[in-house]
Design a protein around this ligand. Sequence first.
Ligand code: PMP
Length: 400
Amino acid sequence: MKINYSTMTEHLGSSAVREILKITQGKDIISLAGGLPAEDFFPVEAVREAYSRALAGETSALQYGLTEGYIPLREQVAARLTRQGIPTDISEMLLTTGSQQAIDLLCKILLDPGDAVLVEAPTYMAALQVMNSYRADIHIVQSDESGMLPDHLEEQLRTHRPKLLYAVPTFNNPSGATWSKERREQVVSLCRRYGVLILEDNPYGEIKFDDSADAYPPSLAAIDRSCGEDSCVVYTGTFSKIVAPALRTGWIIGPAELIRVVAKAKQAADLHSSTIDQRALYELLRVFDLEGHIRLISREYHSRMKQLSAELSSRGWEDAKFEEPRGGMFLWLKLSTAINTTGLLPFAVEQGVAFVPGEVFYSAKPVKNAMRLNFTHTPPELVPLAVGRLEQAISQYSQI
Ligand code: PMP
């Protein structure tokens, strides 16, 4: 039978990272491609005990639950966010199946085909995929190393009258960049002035390489809340990077009125996220030193990033450039403009190393000579070998 798909499916595209992960599976390939946390640091024992407590005598742990999420877990998340400078009431929150679902639901309730959305470039590929699926009209706001450029943002706000601005202002995926406090304030203030919602996607913000309390700027959500009424920032977060992605638990914070509409969309999508996973997370957070765990993985990831950085610097590749990220999971490497990283990838896979070519992170005018390197997943002892293989691939590519 010939299956007639909806027009929406034509705009779904396919995730380049998933395609790359497929190629690399089962082969002797060191993958710097996926955004995977280090498995050695998953708190397996604590998670096992948490599931066991969640199931002990509580048949409701296997029952349907509230669309908005398990109330005690929402209270724990709200308390953490409040401590992080985002005062949150549970009526302003909904738990989602990963923060990916939060992005999808928000776009679903806000965007009609042709509605304008503003993004950074480069930006999170799977958010672009969602926006494309709803046939949004995506426009780029130019940025420098401190974040979006306010003048260009204002021009884009005026010209396109967008419904939404999407950004990952802290340890961006893929660039690793973090916006300055001043830029954050300017972006929030401009979006408030033009009545445009901001989706601040913050899956990496807690993975900080500098321990000092004032090393990092506040979130857009914290700035927004401190400005009083008429909140314009909707904030998404996740347990994927700080506990484990398999728990598929994220959250969305926004005005109670918007959360009620998101809840309707979520009901249509999956009724609610897994009851047992939410109960287990609640049990985990009750006894597990999550803050200590985050400090532990952040220290480890910092050391892995430093190692990759040193390894790349030692190679002296012509015109190669990168900035060390101050947190998160990715390093953005730019090579000589003579190299197209999409063309380089097959050579790299042949040599036994994988990365994500930079161009997939652009909605338009892609930069062709960049790549995203993940430094959290590869065991440190393999990093010199991975970079050596990349060097071989660059050398072969340059000879053709
Ligand atoms: N946003 C960004 C920027 C991400 O990098 C990711 C994970 N790759 C997500 C959202 C989704 O994460 P999850 O659904 O696992 O919470």
